[in-house]
Design a protein around this ligand. Structure first.
Ligand code: CP
Length: 320
């Protein structure tokens, strides 16, 4: 555990701007590790980490696993199906049984908002939230911040708009907290039915038309329409949604300045984003995925008590 970040990472809401910058700066030297032929440093040798994924994931689960292995931690993966959760065991009982096997950290994705904090308050191990319900997805928010900083050279003063299903999006919440703390202006744009009530109170500007958002923004972070979290009635149809809110090449061609296009994935091509935009020259969608590994290495390293100033030495094989 480190005083720099506290015991757990459950969200960006309660981190200071300095703590967020610390994670981004610590991620920088770790980027290079993934470019080596032998992608391994000994920084977390001897640490045992359990990845508990109770919801589907491709990017986050595999990215955490790569980050852990590249830091030389021992890792175990568990899912709800195939574990005793399927027989009715509680989350806390599962985690306490894992702790009885002397683990050090738990990475958890869960469908319930607050699950990561709930767990962190009840076990000794460090807990990292890999997405909890509609609450937060802090490492996604951090990798988005790192990608914006890489691409635009700064975060402060930029206009960043989150487009689409803000209501169901934990990615949107982590982005809003992180961007505002680092001095960006934040916009949100989407159908009224997919906008949380009182979202303006967070200090964001609401755009009702995608054309207005595109005119205002330097960066568009396009959110996935979370069909699995919707009952019926949020939108008339997917075709209608794409027609009114889709981020298309034709719309971007009318932008007054160059836009950076982001998407946390998984994408619904032809629903929230046109393939020509997703695969186009202004898209940094795969850079986000690449940065995810470095950001997660930084979070794991700092929570394990790694000294920020030694991250550079850690990547060279010392500085544990
Ligand atoms: N961005 C993200 O959380 O993707 P996964 O659901 O694939 O982990």
């Amino acid at each position: 555990m480190t005083a720099a970040l506290g015991k757990d990472l459950v969200g960006l809401e309660h981190l200071s701007p300095e703590q967020i910058r610390l994670i981004l700066d610590t991620a920088e030297p770790f980027k290079e590790v993934s470019e080596r032929p032998i992608k391994k440093v000994p920084a977390l040798r001897g640490k045992t980490i359990v990845n508990l994924f109770f919801e589907a994931s491709t990017r986050t689960r595999i990215s955490f696993e790569f980050a852990e292995k590249r830091l030389s931690a021992d890792t175990v993966n568990a899912a709800a199906s195939g574990s005793s959760v399927a027989k009715g065991e509680t989350l806390v009982d599962t985690a306490r049984n894992l702790e009885a096997m002397r683990i050090d950290m738990v990475v958890i994705r869960h469908g319930s908002s607050g699950a990561a904090q709930f767990l962190g308050e009840r076990i000794r191990s460090n807990v990292i939230n890999a997405g909890d319900g509609k609450h937060e997805h802090p490492t996604q928010g951090l990798l988005d911040l790192l990608t914006i900083r890489d691409k635009r050279g700064k975060i402060e003063g930029l206009n960043v708009c989150l487009v689409g299903d803000v209501l169901h999006s934990r990615v949107a919440r982590s982005n809003i907290w992180g961007l505002l703390k680092l001095g960006a202006r934040v916009g949100v744009c989407g159908p009224h039915s997919l906008m949380p009530r009182g979202i303006e109170d967070l200090g964001v500007t609401v755009f009702r038309r995608i054309e207005e958002a595109i005119e205002w923004a330097d960066v568009l972070n396009v959110l996935r329409l979370q069909l699995e979290r919707m009952e019926t009635g949020f939108i008339p149809s997917l075709r209608e949604y794409f027609r009114v809110f889709g981020v298309t090449l034709e719309r971007l061609e009318r932008a007054p300045r160059e836009l950076t296009i982001m998407h946390p994935g998984p994408m619904n091509r032809g629903v929230e984003i046109d393939s020509r935009v997703a695969d186009g020259p202004h898209s940094v969608i795969l850079d986000q995925v690449t940065n995810g590994v470095a950001v997660r290495m930084a979070v794991l390293y700092l929570l394990a008590g790694g000294k920020p100033e030694l991250a550079d030495a850690a990547k060279r094989g010392g500085g544990e």
